[in-house]
Design a protein around this ligand. Structure first.
Ligand code: ADP
Ligand code: MG
Length: 239
């Protein structure tokens, strides 16, 4: 893909002698809904950490919107429009839900508090958390914490949103709610990478899916082709 929005080329990452990512190359188009799957420990979060800047890739390049970002510190990547949610929600527990959005907003330079507040409330409305704006984060339920995690990412005005297992541990109805939110964010123009273990959710959401196994891409294609791929079935059954 010559005009890829996110172009990951030949990315490797080692932890000591352990290879977490081996020569991963991946192109994502602007506006795409992209699924990243793979058994536990296959390198999904490590790849996202390399894209968002929490980790430095050992080899290869990561080009976002035409710019090499793989040596930029994380905060500059956030300012370029790359946001991610964390697998384990990390809110500021004693702050209100609204305040939890003002911190990342300030981090990317939206410093006028009145504007930032209005924008944060609008995000909470879109994500279905407006009625909790004044609640303390540590009083939220599991699904509300997952929504807050997405809302915090949205407060940085991302162009690319990476959701790392936002649906783990949720009920069927809650998974539907999260899917609806992610679809609507995508419809507003945000490119989305969904990492998810709930197959039915990631397959419904994604236009294209890649499967990692032991740090390598073993399969790429449409959701329908991925679920039938013998290598994917083996990776999951063998995990
Ligand atoms: P996934 O998200 O697909 O479950 P991860 O990317 O979290 O997998 O992990 C891939 C592998 O890299 C695992 O074996 C994990 O133990 C290892 N790993 C991840 N982060 C680190 C780290 N900071 N130090 C050492 N090993 C790590
Ligand atoms: Mg992970």
């Amino acid at each position: 893909m010559a005009d890829a929005f996110l172009k990951i080329s030949g990315v490797s990452k080692h932890f000591g002698g352990f290879t977490a990512l081996a020569d991963v190359s991946l192109d994502i188009a602007r506006g795409e809904r992209f699924g990243l799957i793979g058994p536990n420990g296959s390198g999904k979060t490590t790849l996202i950490n390399c894209v968002s800047g929490l980790l430095r890739n050992d080899t290869g390049s990561i080009v976002f919107a035409g710019e090499e970002v793989s040596r930029l510190p994380a905060y500059l990547r956030v300012r370029r429009g790359i946001a991610r949610s964390f697998q384990i929600p990390r809110p500021f527990h004693t702050m209100s839900v609204l305040e939890n959005l003002l911190v990342p907003a300030a981090y990317v330079g939206h410093l006028r508090e009145a504007d930032a507040q209005a924008e944060a409330l609008e995000i909470l409305r879109r994500i279905g958390l407006a009625d909790k704006a004044r609640s303390q984060a540590n009083r939220l339920s599991q699904v509300e914490l997952r929504k807050l995690e997405l809302a915090r990412a949205m407060a940085t005005r991302p162009q690319l949103l990476i959701s790392d297992e936002a649906m783990a541990g949720l009920s069927g109805a809650e998974v539907e709610e999260m899917l609806k939110i992610l679809f609507s964010l995508n419809e507003s123009g945000i490119t989305i990478i969904m990492i998810e273990h709930i197959m039915q959710a990631v397959m419904r959401f994604s236009q294209r899916v890649v499967c990692l196994d032991a740090g390598r891409i073993i399969c790429e294609g449409t959701p329908a082709s991925i679920v039938q791929n013998p290598d994917v079935q083996k990776a999951y059954l063998g995990a």
